[in-house]
Every structure is written in structure tokens, then in C-alpha cells.
Design a protein around this ligand. Structure first.
Ligand SMILES: *[C@@H]1O[C@H](CO)[C@@H](O)[C@H](O)[C@H]1NC(C)=O
Ligand SMILES: *[C@@H]1O[C@H](CO)[C@@H](O)[C@H](O)[C@H]1NC(C)=O
Ligand SMILES: *[C@@H]1O[C@H](CO)[C@@H](O)[C@H](O)[C@H]1NC(C)=O
Ligand SMILES: *[C@@H]1O[C@H](CO)[C@@H](O)[C@H](O)[C@H]1NC(C)=O
Ligand SMILES: *[C@@H]1O[C@H](CO)[C@@H](O)[C@H](O)[C@H]1NC(C)=O
Ligand SMILES: *[C@@H]1O[C@H](CO)[C@@H](O)[C@H](O)[C@H]1NC(C)=O
Length: 377
């Protein structure tokens, strides 16, 4: 009897011990340090205790991280971030997100796959690589052992272009609010504002100067690339630019990384990492008044108009209600007055009769109430 008791107590202790060790291990696994590469079999889920960013992978210099970015409180995006930039350098899909819950799973099985059935999300790189790595320029790559690159985030930019990243005429930079985009034409860089679901409008155009090289018909589309010497170059063939759009650091020997972003006000800005912070290095549109919507994005403008319309109709409703109320009050006063006159006349009659009957007054009162109710309808 006693032996059994001790036995179950021991078993309980053993269970507690195993549980503690297991939960400790589990916690340790969750709070693991980001690694330099992810191989086949890797799996991760978001940690509920993290409220901003959960790193999974880092570049060799420890400058950039790839991981789960918590957005809008409970949503999850896959992102490449830099600790001193508030907005990520890259996101897997600016229009979609998963839930920050145990239902979301990220794994690498040759493809990098994220799935969340509760958000009906399944995204994959559709590759058959051996490793996932983050390069020292923030480029996320699925590579084979032979170093052959099967997929890279540089081919799918969001709103940011990084030094040496090739921006082709098939790509677009899109501002985080989805209103503005940067695209290449046959011999120019254009910034466009979204006017409706399927129409875009120019608000800034930079044509190639073609000083060092000319655009040749039939030689293929152009591409743009940030040159470490401090400019955004446009190229058609080879490495001789058809245009040089200079940044502030142009031809100044600086040792830092350059990036270019299309921001939510529609401006295209360049930043230079000077070793401690990101310094503004270029602005396509210098005058605030030249921005597509200096008083806020177009969406906001329509929202304001909608608000004015709503206000107007609300004002109309208020005026109408007040008018009805005034009419009701006037009617009530008139009825009370008439009633009072009738009553005092009757009172006089009754007084002469030596009786008292407030009846008609009461009736009038209830009549006036129903008239108020009617006027409210
Ligand atoms: C976050 O919220 C904003 C505003 O409601 C919305 O425009 C955006 O799409 C949301 N982002 C994600 C990733 O859900
Ligand atoms: C850059 O980020 C690191 C890590 O979060 C932080 O320690 C540092 O203070 C930041 N520097 C600036 C200039 O914000
Ligand atoms: C990886 O997983 C996805 C989703 O489950 C699947 O469609 C794909 O075939 C898998 N790829 C490999 C190489 O096993
Ligand atoms: C980045 O990595 C490349 C090799 O992949 C190397 O040549 C280069 O010096 C590195 N740059 C920095 C800033 O570490
Ligand atoms: C960009 O394109 C050029 C050729 O046009 C190529 O030499 C270079 O390797 C490409 N850069 C990247 C990062 O893919
Ligand atoms: C990357 O790391 C190196 C070495 O730690 C540092 O000198 C450099 O400023 C960092 N660059 C960025 C963009 O953070």
C-alpha cells in the first residue's frame, strides 16, 4: 500500500521533471539564436511572447535578419529587416499575411514554404534547393550545394532596392500603402500613382540622358541598378550606363550600403548606411508641393470628401429633426394654451357649478404627446 503510494508519487515527480525539462527545452528552441543557414527539415512557428520580430536567419555580418515580422498586432509577414530601419527591406508578399498563431508554419523542404490554413495562405518559393541563406547585402537565397541560386528575394522587390540589385523592366517597386509604383519604360524611370484598380498616372519621369551610351532599338529592355559609387544607373547592355542619376554621395569615397525606397508619400528616397545610421542621400522629388498628394494620399482625399458628404447629410438630418421638434413644441404650446383656455373657461363654468374636472386638459396632454411622437417619425 505504502509502496504503491510512493510509486505514484515518484511517478508524479518523474512526470514533473520530464515536463519541466521538456518545457525548458521547448522554450530554449523557441528563443534560439538566428543561424547562418537553414537546411531541409527546418520548421518554425511564431512565438506568442514576441511582439515585433522573431529572427530565424542572419547574414554573415549580423547586419540583416530574416524571420517573422509581427504586423497589425496579430498578423505575420515573412521579412528581411535591418535593426535600424523601421520598415522591412523585403516582405514575402505585401498584400498578404498569415496569423501570428500556432496555426502558422514555416518550413524548408527544398522550397521555403509558409502555410496558415486559418488565413487560407500558402506561399512557396517552388524550388528544390539545399539551403536557405541570407547574403551580406540582404538578399535571401535558396541555393544548391553547387552554389547555384534557385530563387532570390532580389528578384521580388517590395518597396526597396539595394545596392547592386538589378531592377528590371518586369519589376515594380510599390509603396507600402500600395498607391505608388516605380517602373522602367523603354528609356526612362517613371513614378506612377494608382488612379483606379486598372489605371496608373505618371507624376515623375526621369529620361535617360544617354551621354555615355545610347539606347539601341531591339537590344532589349533597360535595367536600373544602384552603383556603389553613389548613383542610380540605367543600363541596356553591358556596364556602361545610359544614365546616371546622382545621389549626394556621388563620387565621394564612402564606405557604406546604399538603398532606394519608394515611400508612402510617393517620393523615391535614397539612404546611406554610414556605420551608425541611415542618412538621407537622395530625393527624387525635392519640393513637397510636387509630390502627387501633398495633402495626403488620394485615398485620404476621397475619404475626406466622403466625410464632408456624410457631414452634410447629418447636418440636414439635424436641421430636419430640430424643425420637427420646434413644430411639435409650438403645437404643444398652442394645444396647452387652447386647453388652458378651455379649462379655465370650463373652470369658470364649473366654478359657477361648484365642480372640478381637469379632464379635457388631460386629454389634450396625451394628444400633444402623440403629436410629438408622430412628428418624430
Ligand atoms: C495592416 O493594417 C493596414 C490598415 O488597416 C492595412 O492597410 C494593411 O494591409 C495591414 N497589413 C497586413 C499585413 O495585414
Ligand atoms: C541600431 O540598432 C541597434 C540594434 O537595435 C541599436 O543598438 C542602435 O542603437 C541603433 N542605432 C541607431 C543610431 O539607432
Ligand atoms: C515541400 O512542401 C510543399 C508543401 O507541402 C510541397 O508542395 C512540395 O512538393 C514539397 N517539396 C519537396 C521538394 O518535397
Ligand atoms: C559580402 O560578401 C561578399 C562575398 O559573398 C564579399 O566579397 C564582400 O566583401 C562582403 N561584403 C561585406 C560588406 O561584408
Ligand atoms: C545584375 O546584372 C548584371 C548584368 O546585367 C550581372 O552581371 C550581375 O551579376 C547582376 N547582379 C545581381 C546581383 O544579380
Ligand atoms: C554591417 O556590418 C559591418 C561589420 O559589423 C559594419 O561595419 C557595417 O556598418 C554594417 N552595415 C550595415 C548596413 O549595417
Amino acid at each position: 500500500m505504502e509502496g504503491l503510494c510512493l510509486n505514484s508519487f515518484t511517478r508524479f515527480l518523474l512526470f514533473l521533471f520530464v515536463f519541466l525539462v521538456f518545457s525548458h527545452k521547448w522554450q530554449r528552441a523557441n528563443a534560439s539564436e538566428p543561424v547562418l543557414e537553414l537546411v531541409k527539415g527546418f520548421e518554425a512557428k511564431p512565438d506568442s511572447s514576441i511582439d515585433s520580430f522573431q529572427p530565424l536567419l542572419t547574414d554573415p555580418n549580423g547586419n540583416f535578419s530574416f524571420g517573422f515580422l509581427r504586423v497589425n498586432g496579430s498578423r505575420l509577414s515573412l521579412a528581411v529587416t535591418h535593426p535600424n530601419l523601421t520598415e522591412p527591406l523585403w516582405v514575402f508578399d505585401p498584400t498578404r499575411s498569415a496569423s501570428w498563431s500556432h496555426k502558422t508554419k514555416l518550413f524548408f523542404n527544398g522550397s521555403l514554404v509558409i502555410s496558415d490554413h486559418s488565413s487560407r495562405l500558402e506561399w512557396s518559393t517552388h524550388t528544390n534547393g539545399d539551403r536557405l541563406i541570407l547574403r551580406n547585402d540582404s538578399n535571401l537565397q535558396v541555393v544548391k550545394t553547387s552554389s547555384f541560386v534557385e530563387w532570390e528575394s532580389f528578384d521580388f522587390p517590395g518597396n526597396t532596392l539595394v545596392e547592386n540589385q538589378n531592377f528590371t523592366s518586369a519589376m515594380a517597386l510599390v509603396s507600402p500603402n500600395g498607391l505608388y509604383s516605380m517602373r522602367l519604360g523603354s528609356d526612362f524611370i517613371g513614378l506612377y500613382a494608382k488612379v483606379s484598380e486598372d489605371s496608373q498616372q505618371f507624376y515623375w519621369k526621369h529620361s535617360a540622358l544617354q551621354a555615355k551610351a545610347k539606347v539601341k532599338d531591339g537590344a532589349g529592355p533597360i535595367l536600373a541598378r544602384i552603383n556603389p559609387n553613389g548613383y542610380l544607373g540605367m543600363y541596356q547592355t553591358g556596364n556602361i550606363p545610359i544614365d546616371v542619376e546622382a545621389f549626394n554621395s556621388f563620387q565621394r569615397p564612402v564606405n557604406g550600403l546604399l538603398i532606394l525606397r519608394l515611400e508612402s508619400d510617393g517620393n523615391l528616397r535614397g539612404y546611406l548606411w554610414d556605420g551608425s545610421h541611415w542618412a538621407l542621400n537622395y530625393e527624387a522629388i525635392r519640393e513637397t508641393c510636387d509630390l502627387p498628394n501633398p495633402c495626403g494620399p488620394k485615398l485620404g482625399y476621397f475619404k475626406v470628401r466622403e466625410g464632408v458628404g456624410k457631414k452634410k447629410s447629418r447636418l440636414g438630418l439635424t436641421v430636419g429633426m430640430s424643425l420637427l421638434a420646434v413644430i411639435a413644441v409650438v403645437l404643444m404650446v398652442a394645444m396647452v394654451y387652447v386647453g388652458f383656455r378651455n379649462w379655465s373657461r370650463e373652470k369658470r363654468v364649473l366654478e359657477e357649478d361648484n365642480g372640478l374636472s381637469p379632464g379635457p386638459y388631460k386629454n389634450l396632454g396625451s394628444d400633444s404627446f402623440s403629436s410629438v411622437e408622430m412628428s418624430r417619425r
